[in-house]
Design a protein around this ligand. Sequence first.
Ligand code: RP5
Length: 167
Amino acid sequence: MSKKIGIIMGSDSDYPYMEKGIKLLQDFQIAFEIEVSSAHRTPERTVQLVKNFEKEGVEVIIAAAGGAAHLPGVIAAHTLLPVLGVPIDSALSGVDSLYSIVQMPGGIPVAAFGIGKSGGLNSVLFALEILALKDENLKKKLVEYRTDQEAGVLEKSKKLRQKIESR
Ligand code: RP5
């Protein structure tokens, strides 16, 4: 199965923020590649990975980084594939990461997600939505995911009501 999603994290310390999304990819049986590569510590390797992704048929790249999070921007500078940037929590609570990703100067776009775990999960869901434009089976899985989510909220509401009423 060819890998349609390429994920690059600036450090292995970013992994906990991407973990839920990775699990989702495994549950959906979507092939992906995940690598640790830094825009400043391993700049050449980062560019090489992007070139490899392109050759291998990757269609969306997710880039997660914290601090001066230039990784998504550097990746976007080397490809026309859509780059989804995930700002990771940092010494400045991820605000520096968010600004680095969301404030890309005009000309090289990067899609910016929320800081931390919700951003990590949403970046994966967004990547899947892009792929689902051409994949009916994947679209069905995403519809089921939303239905499950809806059921979860209804269940929480029911449990909360029961708790309050049983007092
Ligand atoms: C960034 O620096 C990484 O994306 C990570 O969020 C942050 C800290 O990296 P480590 O010092 O934990 O390797 O490049």
